[in-house]
Design a protein around this ligand. Sequence first.
Ligand code: NDP
Ligand code: 2IT
Length: 444
Amino acid sequence: MRNEPLYDEILRRNPGEPEFHQAVREVLETLDPILQARPELAEARVVERICEPERQIIFRVPWVDDAGRVQVNRGFRVEYNSALGPYKGGLRFHPSVNLGIVKFLGFEQIFKNALTGLGIGGGKGGSDFDPHGRSDAEVMRFCQSFMTELHRHLGEHTDVPAGDIGVGGREIGYLFGQYRRITNRWEAGVLTGKAPGWGGSLARPEATGYGAVLFAAEMLRVRGEDLDGQQVVVSGSGNVAIYAAEKALALGANVLTCSDSSGYVVDDKGIDVALLKQVKEVERGRVADYAERRGSSARFVADGSVWDVPADVALPCATQNELDEAAAAVLVRGGVKAVSEGANMPTTPEGVRVLTEAGVAFGPGKAANAGGVATSALEMRQNAARTVWTFAEVEEALTDIMRDIHTTCHETAERYGAPGDYVRGANIAGFERVADAMLAQGLI
Ligand code: NDP
Ligand code: 2IT
């Protein structure tokens, strides 16, 4: 790859950030054809500039737990690229969060957001705070402290966070309330993923999972197939997984599994999404609780991998690097035809290689899970116009956007000599949109 020296430089300047290195390498490896076709981009060192975040914010988040003990966490916001619009991307609350994780997610977000065509730049943030087992009051105090520092960096025209792992409607509510108190502004467009009663968009909770399934359906359509009657394995049991399962079922598929960090559930009758929502969203329980409540059709497997369950379509919707080379080989042996990434970078580079060499249709996260952030942009649009769209209006717009992203990736891959390679298509198409804006805006 022509960018090998740049990659070496990135390794040297960003030590100890393996996920960031992985995300950068995966993009750099695919850009040779466009850099060859457009030498002015290489001349202006656009790739070097894109790899360096515009701004990185790291801050202390002190808060008091229910026992009255002082706790200290670390907060992050990486404002990566604003060539196409305000920084946009979620906040992740998980003990594994560190600067490298936030940079990998922010880097992916630049290209994903460009693919939506909706005028949003790339950013990401979060904290190593672990919401598991914390009371509502503790989560609220944490969110208030987090926003007390972060608010100065945000704004509807500047930086617009949303949810990610560990951040859903409850957390967005607490964060918005604190932003409003501090700024004395009703600035609905400063956060997305709000509840529909006070500025949120209908269908935003559903959007990422629905979008990942729509992307899978598009990949299958190109191959003369659809989801009807297909066996689907889903990993995760959070926001993305639940709505991916719901959409797959609605399109006639049978969803066999869900999982969390303790293990997975395989349900011979197919996952009961209403029960899964009740256990996870209302009771904040675990997939083991789902299996117990579901009865004899479902069993919880504490060790082993969800990818051991043979299926036609796999939807990784939990976290990064959850589908490795060995798991990919098992999926291929089980006859998998399509993998659509609901999570960000869930498949390792070796896993991607195994799948694509076996001819499996592979939809990378920055294309396949772009429905969430795209619907966030539709939420911003509703906020700016002080209007509310119906569920059907939002879902129709989401469907059009996902089809459009699929077409863009498919056509771009073909144009650059890699038909069917959605990784290359997504990276080149996303990169070109950002690169053109950066070229036009001078040395930024
Ligand atoms: P949630 O917090 O709602 O759910 C996360 C799920 O993944 C849980 O089931 C969780 O299990 C599991 N999980 C998290 N970390 C790990 C881990 N280290 N090992 C095993 N399982 C794990 O998050 P989301 O559903 O919102 O996010 C899931 C993925 O989708 C992430 O990669 C996120 O970046 C991506 N994404 C999310 C979007 C959104 O709009 N929310 C948009 C685009 C992508 P446990 O409870 O045991 O931790
Ligand atoms: O990874 C992602 O695209 C998200 N977590 C959603 C970001 C957003 O701003 O809606």
